[in-house]
Design a protein around this ligand. Structure first.
Ligand code: 13P
Length: 290
């Protein structure tokens, strides 16, 4: 069933487990994530960036794919469809297109005041339709931005100010980075996480850049207030590795091995397997309607 992400994340925060938010790119991706969630009886967040929505033509196509898959695959666990790192305009497009959750990423706005003002407007519009909202304080760097060693650390007072706008969950930098972590990465800052948590209370926090963070650090983050873990690159790597193995084995040149359904199957199966593994690692397996 398509739901917003508020209740599933509140339950995760209270129960000290995490819910995976996995990025989708196409039909196979969404199908694989839903299969993994159903097989592990876990609530799940499927999220989509504006770039991945463009690839799939529009936010409406993404929403229709996910909604129809939920129905036709008889998915029984709660599923939220979430906009990942949206601009102000993207949030309104997704609200119209049928997403059940949006992230307004105002961390790139010129000032914190602009981030506050736009977050407030998105919260108002989204909540009027029962849609949950994620906001962001501070930036989450990426290796591609030339950030090495340490991701940004959010200001706990700013986190509190944004939390007070009524957002449903909050992304805040605690040293995490998108993409693969550089060798000299210093790890998550649990002091920063504790300081933010002390300000925002039981508001669920979001850990971006879930790919490549050591398992023990993810577990410690969940124990200390992180409830949503974003994973994108990890599944891309799993898909690419399985597809590469299929082609390198020469299977695409045997019989009708070139059939796109055969060609894409190993990658799709790899996403199912890896998503199930991550769901169990985050502890949301069996928490379907917790
Ligand atoms: P990774 O690609 O590092 O897993 O990050 C995903 C993410 O944070 C999406 O918002």
């Amino acid at each position: 069933m398509l739901v917003n992400a508020t209740n599933m994340l509140k339950a995760a925060e209270a129960g000290h487990y995490g819910i995976g938010a996995f990025n989708t790119n196409n039909l196979e991706w969404a199908d694989a994530i839903l299969t993994a969630a159903e097989e592990t009886q876990s609530p799940v967040i499927i999220q989509c960036t504006s770039g991945a929505a463009k690839w799939q033509i529009s936010y409406k196509v993404v929403a229709d794919i996910v909604k129809q898959l939920i129905e036709d695959k008889n998915i029984t666990v709660p599923v939220a469809l979430h906009l990942d790192h949206g601009t102000y305009e993207d949030c309104f497009k997704c609200i119209e297109a049928g997403f059940s959750s949006v992230m307004y990423d105002g961390s790139h706005e010129e000032t914190f005041d602009i981030n506050m003002k736009k977050t407030e407007e998105v919260v108002k519009a989204a909540h009027a339709k029962g849609i949950s909202v994620e906001a962001e304080v501070g930036g989450i760097g990426g290796v591609e931005d030339g950030v090495a060693g340490m991701g940004e650390l959010a200001d706990p007072k700013q986190c509190k100010a944004i939390a007070d706008l009524g957002v449903d969950f909050l992304a805040c930098g605690i040293g995490n980075i998108h993409g693969l972590y550089p060798d000299n990465w210093q790890g998550l800052s649990f002091d920063t996480l504790a300081a933010i948590k002390a300000e925002v209370g039981d508001l669920p926090l979001v850990l971006h850049g879930g790919t490549g963070i050591p398992v023990e650090q993810v577990a410690k983050a969940i124990e200390n207030g992180v409830s949503k873990i974003n994973v994108n690159t990890d599944l891309q790597v799993a898909f690419a590795k399985a597809t590469r193995a299929y082609i390198e084995s020469g299977a695409d040149q045997e019989g009708k091995g070139y059939d796109p359904r055969k060609l894409l199957k190993p990658g799709r199966d790899a996403i199912v397997a890896r998503t199930k593994e991550l769901i169990c690692q985050f502890g949301s397996d069996g928490k379907g309607w917790a």
